[in-house]
Design a protein around this ligand. Sequence first.
Ligand code: IYR
Length: 224
Amino acid sequence: MTQVHHPLDDFTEYPQDEMLKRARDHYADIRRRHSVRQFSDRPVPREIIEQCILAAGTAPNGANHQPWHFVAIESQAIKTRIRQEAEALEQAFYAGRAGEEWLDALKPLGTNASKPYLEHAPWLIAIFSQKRGGQQEDGQSTNYYVHESVGIATGFLIQALHHAGLVTLTHTPKPMSFLTDICGRDRDNERPFMLLVAGYPAAGATIPGHALIKKPLEQILTVL
Ligand code: IYR
């Protein structure tokens, strides 16, 4: 394939004081992002979800193969099925499959096997990673850094949904293979990466205090 390069004509340079203000403003905004477990059933227009998926699809990724597929679910029947399947798995998880150490680590969050939001939130977004396919999704070409790529795209998606004014919850019932069948995806080439719940918070929604503790800069940053 021939290399065609384009001028970087959409880069915007800001004066340094404005850059610092933008960085501070962004931090102030993103620190208001919380994983929410109480959702309203208030509908969210599909176009908002579509715009957020477009943003997710701009994520940096291996060889620009974009090894992801998003399934946005608003069908009540499908959400109910997902809730049933996920809760059955979570019941086994909380009944012992997780092991004592994991269950202890989850205690401050107060989670349990009950996942009503999977049925009541307006949107579930199932994110799939693709082992092969390249940009043309030819089913042949190897994809690279698949996990990293899909992880970054998922981060972009969470951020886009927050920026749009919605709340989310990342959910990874184990194993997630039931999502492949429910979403009608290719079992050989695609793997469910994550289930994202998106919508408005329920009135009076709360977040666990444990989730508000963020490691200080000195702990998470080393400057050499
Ligand atoms: N998937 C389970 C358990 C769970 C695991 C982790 I790690 C969390 O940060 C939160 C929950 C559930 O959704 O309840």
